[in-house]
Design a protein around this ligand. Structure first.
Ligand SMILES: [Zn+2]
Length: 308
């Protein structure tokens, strides 16, 4: 979203839900954030050292989900679908009070998070939003996986996944977050292979997983009775994850991402490589052009209305 000013929510809002990995119920309270504060998690089950900043440097694990950890070892995991909703709705500053170490999975997509944020309302703030504008192509590879970013006037993600499973197979989609209808991205759920579930559960993960919050694929069949929500739901969910993980840069990114077989871990490795080792490849800017904002604002309002 190309907006000139920072935004937060208009009023506090609470919700709860089961967590995908721990299987516990977690309660969240979202509170308006101060300008330039960014996204901050606060664990209410700890009295001190309980603040965890949503920053790429605090990602301590990115296997199956994104886990943030502060320097005292206090963690919060499965943050990516909430972060993606914050990016899509256009929230820059937010305090997230959370009663345990994991964000609820809700329906496995960002759909309910977007609705909760819209119920809280959006508040425009006085300070200008900062953008990370890509100036030259940066490519990061890890064996066959690759993550490239090129200069672009808005965030665009071109993602390709390639699974041995024939039903998932090879899917590719390209989405411009400022110009395209994002309903399919917002609604796309996390997914897993039926044969992996037992292994994942043995490792103490996915304890709260069910057909209510994930697409489960068994060989050539989708086990969820209702089937898929859109024809490219698998890759669309990967694009959603990617958008959520990119917000951990602390900025809205202006660039075109081309990602092959990526995931939480690759996105985080890329961000570390970009911000820590390629400072000449980007600049931090504010948008000045009022026309851009008016144009974007119109699109933005229609998007909020459509997804209501
Ligand atoms: Zn996901």
């Amino acid at each position: 979203m190309l907006l000139k000013f920072q935004q937060t929510i208009a009023k506090p809002i609470s919700f709860e839900g089961i967590c995908l990995h721990s299987g516990k119920i977690s309660t969240l309270r979202l509170l308006p954030g101060n300008q330039d504060q960014g996204i901050i998690f606060k664990r209410t089950d700890f009295k001190e050292n309980n603040v965890i900043e949503a920053c790429y440097k605090n990602v301590s694990s990115a296997k199956l989900c994104t886990t943030l950890e502060n320097d005292k070892g206090i963690k919060v995991s499965t943050v990516e679908h909430l972060l993606a909703a914050l990016y899509i709705v256009g929230i820059d500053n937010l305090l997230i009070e959370i009663s345990s170490d994991e964000v609820p999975i809700l329906d496995g997509s960002s759909k309910e998070f977007v609705k909760i944020l819209k119920d809280a309302g959006i508040k425009k703030q006085n300070k200008k939003r900062k953008y990370l504008k890509i100036l030259e192509k940066v490519k990061f590879t890890d064996q066959e996986r690759s993550f490239t970013i090129e200069p672009n006037s808005s965030l665009e993600i071109d993602f390709e996944l390639n699974y041995k499973n024939n039903l998932i197979g090879n899917q590719r989609n390209e989405v411009n977050f400022s110009k395209d209808n994002l309903d399919d991205i917002i609604n796309s759920r996390t997914f897993c292979l039926f044969q992996d579930i037992e292994k994942i559960k043995k490792n103490g993960l996915a304890q709260g997983g069910s057909l209510e919050n994930a697409i489960v694929v068994s060989d050539e069949k989708i086990l969820n009775e209702e089937g898929l929500r859109n024809t490219k739901e698998f890759v669309n969910h990967k694009i959603l994850d990617c958008a959520g993980d990119l917000i951990l840069s602390g900025y809205n990114i202006l660039g075109k991402v081309i990602c092959y077989k990526g995931g939480h871990e690759l996105t985080n490795l890329f961000l570390r490589n970009l911000i820590d080792n390629n400072k000449h490849s980007f600049e931090i800017i504010e948008l000045q052009d009022k026309e851009i904002e008016r144009f974007s604002q119109k699109l933005y309002q229609s998007r909020l209305a459509v997804t209501a």
